[in-house]
Design a protein around this ligand. Structure first.
Ligand SMILES: [Zn+2]
Length: 264
């Protein structure tokens, strides 16, 4: 069943508040998928706090929640502060009403690069219309005073986790990490993209319990720190974002998502 942009108003997935029964099983890809047997991330726990709490986007495959807790634990041990977790997926995945094309199959999570001191402070400082600050100067290519060791630790810890397929991050932040860490193998997992200077988007590999999961093509060998990264600072790459970031139509969902939608 196609969910073209024109049909966004008829998109039934965002209204669903219950999980599709069954053991965890990812169907399809991050930009055209759904999921059974999701778990919900609590509003807060050791080392993390969830912001944007009222969006109905805090469900995911259990592996994704394990990754969140792994990052949260690592930060807790490091300095006692909390990572701020943004969107995961809807209870049954599927297309969202706004903001993203991806996050559909329970394997994507947004992690803000700003840390919090407490849940109350996190919620107070991030009303719906107010994002945590970006990590770049106005020129869009120089890390600013918000960017520090904690942010680099967070990105590195995510990229080094074996369940993580890729971490989508602003090219200027990848460049800063390339300059610091040279040719470390985990740098390969950092995929440059427009935006993503206030939060990173972490995507997991297809889990072994999900034969119908569709994984993105593998990342080319190498750190991606050389010519590939340089392209992002060319005039061609820096034209106004939007033109190349969004496909005109959403790809059709796998047919088996219809049963997930209907709770069969
Ligand atoms: Zn995201």
């Amino acid at each position: 069943m196609p969910w073209g942009v024109a049909a966004a108003a008829e998109n039934p997935w965002p209204q669903i508040t219950s999980v599709a029964a069954g053991s965890p099983s990812v169907i399809g890809g991050p930009s055209n998928g759904c999921i059974r047997g999701t778990s919900a991330l609590p509003e807060t726990g050791r080392g993390f706090v969830r912001i944007r709490r009222h969006r109905n986007r805090h469900h995911a495959h259990p592996d994704t929640l394990r990754l969140v807790r792994h990052l949260a634990d690592a930060m807790h041990r490091r300095n006692g502060r909390l990572i701020m977790v943004g969107d995961l997926s809807q209870p049954r995945g599927g297309p969202m009403a706004s903001s993203h094309v991806s996050h559909q199959n329970g394997l994507d999570v947004d992690i803000w690069l700003t840390l919090a001191d407490s849940p109350a402070q996190a919620w107070r400082s991030t009303p719906e219309a107010h994002d945590p600050p970006g990590m770049l100067d106005a020129d869009g290519r120089t890390p600013n005073g918000h960017w520090g060791d904690d942010q680099q630790f967070l990105i590195r810890t995510a990229a080094m986790h074996p369940a993580v397929d890729r971490v989508i991050v602003n090219p200027a932040l990848k460049q800063a990490l390339c300059r610091r860490d040279g040719d470390a193998p985990w740098l390969r997992k950092l995929r440059p993209w427009w935006g993503h200077d206030a939060h990173v988007h972490v995507r997991l590999k297809c889990p072994p319990d999900s034969p119908d999961c569709r994984q993105q093509p593998a990342i080319a060998p190498g750190s991606g720190c050389g010519a590939e990264l340089d392209w992002w600072f060319s005039a061609e790459a820096r034209r106004p974002a939007g033109s190349a970031t969004r496909p005109a139509d959403r790809p059709a969902l796998p047919a088996s998502c219809q049963a997930v939608l209907e709770g069969r």
